[in-house]
Design a protein around this ligand. Structure first.
Ligand SMILES: [Zn+2]
Length: 406
């Protein structure tokens, strides 16, 4: 078993220890007789830092894990030179990372206790990610007001700078103390984290010694999950950097609207409404344009065998407009065949005929696509296809027309 120095002092960043075991592969690692490094467990992620022996320069500790036999394994960026069991080493925990973890984890204790005190909502799990943390609450509902009240109470506890004490008790003693959460382990001795007159819970993690060191707790997204509600939060410096990032995003958005940040939602709603009504106007205008163009095209197309073959390549028209034009042409005239193409933005073809004419537009389109290396098809009266190049469109339309006119 490795002696865990962080059990009694979370602010111990430097320590001396003796090597118990050296692992070379698959990843270089050392096991020490004692350590201040926290291994991943209970929702809190591992510490990083450095280990050095007398002769060797500092080596980075990249990960710390709990082995099944109670030993703590320190994974290193490279093997420690000339190290064997008995070698003295010096360990140094990355203090900034540890402080951040203490703020998040202690913030979680305060927040979980706040949800219990206010609404009797127990925390069933805790997760710490690189940028945010979350707790899962066992509750069927959670309102915005409840989130804000829990956040307010949690921050009051932070401001009151209550002491956070570590106590060791037997399992029997713990049973009488009314803990927020009793761990399922069979261990005889329990480590309790006692936030004075606010929260008492069993936990093996690293915590601040006064709630004021948490600095602040900011609640973020809340979402329904299978077992209840998941609440994301950030504490300490993370709360400040998250608020800073949010403000930057909001400021950039407000600048786009030339508005104050508080008016962004209203401005965004207004813009979306404008976009919707402009889109409607544009559709109407295109509809009218297609109808007018169809009338003009039919007028200038001479009849052949009693039918009007309108053959046109347009540019800067979207496929949707070309289809609209084909529809208008074949409805305005009972004897029209429309063979249309557009060169941009996407080179495409549309074939259509007035209902009741004898040709097969779908089959013609398939044939043409095979020749041009595109993809498309459709029904007997209306078909469309996309081609990789605009170059062959004119010639292809003329070739199709030639087969129909004879
Ligand atoms: Zn804890």
């Amino acid at each position: 078993m490795t002696t865990r120095l962080y059990y009694n002092d979370s602010f111990l960043y430097d320590f001396d220890a003796e090597v118990r075991d050296v692992v070379e592969s698959p990843r270089p690692a050392v096991v020490l007789d004692r350590t201040a490094f926290y291994p991943t467990s209970g929702g809190q992620v591992f510490d990083t830092g450095w280990i050095s022996s007398g002769a060797d320069a500092k080596l980075r500790v990249t990960e710390v894990a709990d082995a099944e036999d109670g030993r703590v394994v320190h994974y290193l960026e490279a093997p420690l030179k000339d190290t064997k069991p008995g070698t003295r080493v010096h360990g140094q925990v990355d203090a900034a990372r540890r402080r951040d973890h203490m703020q998040q984890h202690s913030g979680q204790h305060v927040l979980s206790a706040a949800f219990i005190r206010l609404y009797n909502m127990p925390t069933v799990s805790f997760h710490m990610a690189d940028d945010y943390c979350s707790i899962d609450l066992d509750t069927p509902t959670l309102t915005k007001e409840q989130i804000e009240s829990a956040e307010r109470l949690a921050n009051e506890i932070v401001l009151e700078n209550r002491s956070v004490d570590i106590r060791f008790v037997t399992r029997d003693e713990a049973g009488k103390l009314g803990l927020r959460k009793l761990p399922p382990t069979e261990r005889d001795e329990l480590r309790l984290i006692d936030i004075r007159d606010f929260d008492l819970t069993a936990c093996g993690g690293t915590h601040v010694s006064q709630t004021g060191q948490i600095a602040s707790i900011l609640l973020r997204k809340a979402e329904k999950v299978r077992q209840g509600w998941r609440v994301e939060f950030v504490a300490g410096q993370r709360a400040v950097s998250t608020a800073r990032r949010d403000f930057t995003t909001l400021t950039e958005t407000a600048a786009l609207f030339s508005a104050h940040i508080c008016d962004v939602p209203q401005q965004a709603r207004k813009s979306l409404e404008e976009i919707r009504s402009l889109r409607k106007l544009r559709e109407q205008a295109l509809e009218e344009l297609a109808a007018a163009q169809a009338v003009a095209l039919l007028a200038e197309t001479p009849e052949r065998n009693g039918r009007r073959f309108v053959i046109r390549t347009l540019s800067d028209r979207e496929l949707s407009f070309v289809k609209l034009l084909a529809q208008k042409l074949t409805r305005l005239s009972l004897q029209a065949v429309a063979l249309l193409g557009t060169t941009s933005p996407q080179p495409s073809l549309v074939f259509a005929q007035s209902a009741g004419l004898p040709f097969d537009m779908g089959a013609l389109m398939k044939e043409t696509m095979t020749k041009l290396g595109g993809r498309g098809g459709g029904s007997k009266d209306m078909a469309q296809g996309g081609v990789p190049e605009a170059d062959g469109i004119d010639a292809a339309l003329k070739a199709v027309a030639a087969t129909l006119v004879t």
